[in-house]
Design a protein around this ligand. Structure first.
Ligand code: SF4
Ligand code: SF4
Length: 119
């Protein structure tokens, strides 16, 4: 089904496969977010209501300071737009703000992911 979506959905997590274990790499929406400190133009901000770390791709300069700062490797590079408008921007988990439970937690067949509010 997702193959038919336009634009194609953007992957916001990575899975490291180190047999016999797999580890999901995703943004932890840190209380002290190094990425927000590193981003000097306000692309990455904390939502004071939800506590989520949000990324406004329209503002992103593609300088990758956030990638260097994140201790979890949770931010990746992405090419947004197309043709002359194409440009590199940062990309990370947004905790699926339009869903009650993040999509990765919902679809994980092994129930390896848990979504809970740690305050
Ligand atoms: S991108 Fe990295 S540093 Fe920033 S909130 Fe997520 S896990 Fe923390
Ligand atoms: S790549 Fe984008 S989000 Fe990351 S530090 Fe630079 S401007 Fe901020």
């Amino acid at each position: 089904m997702y193959l038919m979506e336009t634009p194609r959905p953007l992957s916001r997590t990575k899975v490291e496969y180190r047999p016999p274990l797999s580890v999901s790499i995703m943004c932890r929406h840190c209380a002290e977010a190094e990425c927000v400190e590193a981003c000097k133009n306000g692309t990455l901000t904390r939502n004071e209501t939800t506590g989520r770390i949000e990324l406004n791709q329209d503002k992103c300069l593609g300088c990758w300071m956030c990638i260097m700062a994140c201790p979890y490797g949770a931010i990746s590079q992405f090419r947004a737009g197309s043709g002359k408008e194409e440009r590199p921007v940062a990309n990370k988990c947004d905790l699926c703000p339009d869903r009650e439970t993040p999509a990765c937690v919902t679809v994980c067949p092994n129930r390896a992911l848990v979504f809970e509010d740690r305050g």
